[in-house]
Write a protein that binds this ligand. Structure first.
Ligand code: PMP
Length: 407
């Protein structure tokens, strides 16, 4: 893609235009969080300058304005992922809260003693620990679909695990450690043949790929705003209305109730039943701006461009002696994870940081993945639409230099 176009995009992210340790910042930690464009920052600021008010409660002007803006944001997010209705979107703090909500609420609805939940071997801790803890209370069992040495899930094993009748399947769309794009549509279809609902962890996919929850036919899709150019503290849970209607509330308090007495309480309709307390209105409006920002771009071109960034990084890193990629699926997205013989990822990350290059080192909140590959952690570079080919070159050069120093 044309570098003028990328430079125009970069201008909307002032944070990128700075030096660290006297070197231009090369930000390659986008899988952890993306930077925010001016339109998102401005929207949140405008809200606090002109519209701040608690929502759904007041009859006065500001409250009605803020309520309308918040509900518009819900409509925008629903349309963005092609949800059937705005009330299928529950605003949460992000992927982690959405998954905790599901483990608690869907767990209460579906899981009885000795029941099972199926996840994969490449899940983020957020899509592992909530299920594990909930199952402990029910004396249930976590089933784990294994992967091969390239970081590709074993679909034959998946089929046999479905025969064990798990009550819920919860799978990452894209692995935050390996970059693997899982064949979720196929996996959803397979689970549905057994009558099992499927949750998709979309934390790593929503900013980079078209998401159509109805075409995927997933029962739930969860995501974080801060990984899609929106503020921190906001994210979402999409659920098919049939499920959301049947599920019990997750948290109790204001807003999620209909009528309350000392003896009993009835609950509000969707989606408010799942939104107890005062929400992060400003961040929701920022999320709406982020969606509009993504929608304003040529998304096919952006997808191809991000894939070209990845390819360039992989090609150049392959030249480094003793470097081993962790995750080599044919279908990968947005990030490259690797280790170099005899060098601790943390040491490498610390040295290239001093060269201005920000990457993530460690287990990336996926310790079982590290155990599977027998490593303490990886170095992970993850890309976003504002990264340039030159930045990839600077990154690889920095890795080569650091590796030479550490050997
Ligand atoms: N799932 C995946 C695949 C992720 O990459 C992340 C964030 N690294 C999470 C869940 C958790 O997201 P958050 O911290 O925004 O709740």
């Amino acid at each position: 893609m044309d570098s003028t176009y990328i430079n125009e995009i970069r201008r909307q992210f002032p944070i990128l235009n700075q030096q660290v340790y006297g070197k231009p910042l090369v930000y390659l930690d986008n899988a952890a969080t993306t930077q925010k464009p001016l339109c998102v920052i401005d929207r949140e600021r405008d809200y606090y300058l002109h519209e701040n008010c608690n929502i759904h409660r007041g009859v006065h002007y500001l409250s009605q304005m803020a309520t309308e803006a918040y509900e518009n944001a819900r409509r925008t997010v629903a349309a963005f992922i092609h949800a059937a209705a705005p009330h299928d979107i529950v605003f949460t703090r992000g992927t982690t809260e959405s998954l905790n909500l599901l483990a608690s609420s869907l767990g209460q609805l579906l899981i009885e003693e000795n029941d099972k939940v199926l996840i994969s071997a490449m899940e983020h801790h957020s899509n592992l620990v909530p299920w594990q803890q909930m199952l402990r209370q029910k004396k249930g069992q976590l089933l784990v679909c294994p992967m091969d040495d390239n970081g590709v899930l074993d679909l034959q094993r998946y089929e046999t695990l479905l025969d064990e009748k798990p009550r819920i399947v919860s799978i990452a769309h894209i692995s935050n450690t390996l970059g693997t794009i899982n064949p979720i549509k196929e996996m959803i279809g397979m689970a549905h043949k057994h009558g099992i609902p499927v949750i998709v962890d979309g934390a790593q996919s929503i900013a980079h790929h078209y998401i159509d929850v109805q075409s995927l036919d997933c029962d739930f899709f969860v995501f974080s705003g801060h990984k899609m150019y929106a503020p921190m503290g906001i994210g979402g849970l999409y659920g098919k209305s049939d499920w959301l209607e049947k599920m019990p509330p997750y948290q109790f308090g204001g807003e999620m109730v209909d009528q309350v007495s000392f003896e009993a309480t009835t609950f509000n309709k969707l989606p408010f039943k799942f939104e107890a307390g005062t929400p992060n209105v400003g961040a929701a409006l920022g999320l709406e701006s982020a969606v509009r920002f993504i929608e304003s771009l040529d998304r096919n071109q952006i997808e191809a461009y991000e894939s070209a960034l990845l390819q360039r990084a992989v090609e150049q890193l392959s030249e480094i002696e003793g470097l081993r990629f962790i995750g080599q699926a044919a279908k990968r997205s947005g990030l490259v994870s690797f280790v170099i013989d005899g060098i601790h990822p943390y040491d490498l990350g610390t040295i290239i940081d001093k060269m201005g290059v920000a990457v993530r080192t460690g287990h990336h909140c996926a310790e079982p993945v590290m155990t599977r590959f027998g490593i303490p952690g990886t170095v992970r570079a993850s890309f976003a639409l504002y990264n340039t080919m030159e930045e990839v070159d600077v990154f690889v050069k920095a890795v080569k230099k650091a590796a030479a120093m550490l050997r």
